[in-house]
Design a protein around this ligand. Structure first.
Ligand SMILES: [Zn+2]
Length: 265
């Protein structure tokens, strides 16, 4: 079985592609790996030196934790896997500072990182609205970790797939009922009766309304069990391309670890 990937849309943060000749288990594996097994950086420790804002320290820390940070998977590792043995070195701990005085809105872009590779992925996330005389001075510490530990370490967002729809028309009498019924407006009457043109089939949501209104049962709706239409988005810590590659690498590493364990039995 040779898997094939057909890219439909690709931007910095989101991708849409068709994965064909793959099993449902593999498709779901990629989805789950992107959501929970690709480690990323997030703030999980905050030393607050001054906070006279209206937010409690805990609320402020919670907001900081949810800011996506740009991450390089080759350069950073979770503390537990680091060669420093938990002592916290530059490969597993990144410090960012924030110092602001009101009146003004404090944004994620105001965080000053000790490592230029690690920055807020979006500069315009509001953190706190400071009024006249209010101050926030803090050090935020980011660590690398996995999405399965906490959602703040989840690099993949909105990752999902559906099977490739297959819709066939046979002996169509051109009544046009399905054309009107389709909520996605992808069916039209062609030279040989009702049809779905080109890539429009990708928009099919498998609702089967077309088949249900066809009085002569000329329409069959099914799905290709070995072909998947994927959509994936990154929170900005990686480009979506890096995220998918990292997800694949994670699966590969897990599989080879399992192989080693089985061999040693
Ligand atoms: Zn370390």
């Amino acid at each position: 079985m040779t898997m094939e990937v057909d890219i439909l849309e690709l931007s910095e943060r989101s991708a849409k592609f068709i994965l064909s000749d793959a099993s449902a288990a593999f498709a779901n594996g990629i989805r789950r790996a992107a959501l929970s097994d690709v480690p990323t950086l997030a703030i999980d420790d905050v030393n607050i030196y001054n906070n006279t804002s209206v937010l409690f320290d805990e609320q402020l820390a919670l907001r900081l934790g949810l800011i996506p940070l740009t991450t390089d998977i080759e350069e950073f590792v979770p503390v537990e896997e680091c060669t420093c043995g938990g002592a916290e070195c530059p490969a597993c701990k990144i410090s960012l500072t924030l110092s602001a005085e009101g009146p003004r809105m404090v944004y994620s872009g105001d965080l000053v990182s000790s490592d230029e590779r690690v920055q807020a992925a979006d500069q315009n996330i509001p953190i706190i609205d400071l009024k006249e005389g209010q101050k926030v001075v803090l050090e935020a510490v980011a660590h690398m970790n996995y999405g399965y530990k906490h959602a703040k370490w989840q690099a993949g967002v909105a990752c999902g797939y559906k099977n490739m729809p297959i819709v066939t028309f046979e002996n169509c009498d051109e009544c046009g009922a399905c054309v009107n019924e389709c909520p996605k407006n992808i069916i039209h009457i062609g030279p040989n009766g009702a049809e779905i043109a080109g890539d429009d089939i990708l928009k099919c949501i498998l609702c089967k309304l077309c088949a249900s209104v066809c009085e002569i049962d000329a329409i069959t709706v099914s799905e290709d069990e070995k072909s998947f239409i994927f959509t994936m988005e990154s929170d900005g810590s990686y480009t979506v391309q890096q995220l998918i590659i990292n997800a694949g690498t994670t699966i590969k590493e897990k599989a080879s670890r399992l192989g080693q364990i089985l061999e040693s039995l």
